[in-house]
Design a protein around this ligand. Structure first.
Ligand SMILES: O=C([C@H](O)CO)[C@H](O)[C@H](O)COP(=O)(O)O
Length: 195
């Protein structure tokens, strides 16, 4: 657990501030200028679970947030945003969805470990999150570069998924400041039927 936490801290230090600022700027402008617009979060498997947690917070912040794969998913168009979360950047399901989003002229934000991946290549905004992904081998570049180890540390895409989860919680904190939202503002939107 400590090694994974250490990895996340070191990986966070490698995230490019200009990429994060762009993502926050797009989401902030969207909030103020396009309140009826939709944000569709897309990701497969555990990347999709991370996306769900982020979409919930977007909803709390006042966005019309949806998750690909749910029953209730509207059409998106040129005034909308699609956020694709894929460590490998090449999971077919998400690549196809990202291509469809681009075809619909939505703004595409890609969160991935690989800026040269097919999903990143078609995205308008890319945020690179270092992390071992499901295709990485034991001698994985990130684990070696970040922790100086050659062991997998955690299976498949765990390191990307954990790092992305915490990164996106950071984006939420940033958006709270930009949108001048308090915790109470978020709490009133949180499901009151689960109390
Ligand atoms: O669930 C996953 C797998 O267990 C790896 O940890 C991945 O999140 C899923 O396969 C999607 O992969 P990416 O698109 O490369 O994130």
């Amino acid at each position: 657990m400590f090694d994974i936490a250490e990895f996340v801290i070191r990986a966070a230090q490698m995230i490019k501030p200009e990429q994060v600022n762009k993502m926050v700027e797009v989401l902030t402008n969207f909030y103020y200028n396009n309140r009826n617009g939709k944000v569709l979060v897309m990701g497969a498997g555990r990347s999709g679970l991370v996306g769900r947690a982020f979409a919930m917070r977007l909803l709390h912040l006042g966005y019309n947030a949806y998750v690909l794969g749910e029953t209730i998913v509207p059409a998106i168009g040129e005034k909308d945003i699609a956020i694709a979360i894929s460590g490998s950047g090449r999971t077919k399901l998400i690549l196809t969805a990202a291509e469809a989003a681009k075809e619909a002229k939505a703004t595409l934000i890609a969160i991935t470990s690989y800026s040269d991946s097919p999903i990143a290549k078609i995205a308008d905004v890319v945020v690179e999150i270092p992390g071992r992904t499901k295709y990485s081998q034991n001698e994985d570049y990130f684990a070696r570069q970040i922790l100086g180890i050659t062991e997998p540390l955690a299976p498949l895409g765990t390191l990307f998924e954990d790092t992305t989860q915490i990164f996106l919680d950071g984006v939420v904190a940033e958006l709270m400041m930009k949108l001048k939202k308090t915790e109470d503002d978020l709490r009133v939107i949180h499901a009151n039927i689960e109390l």
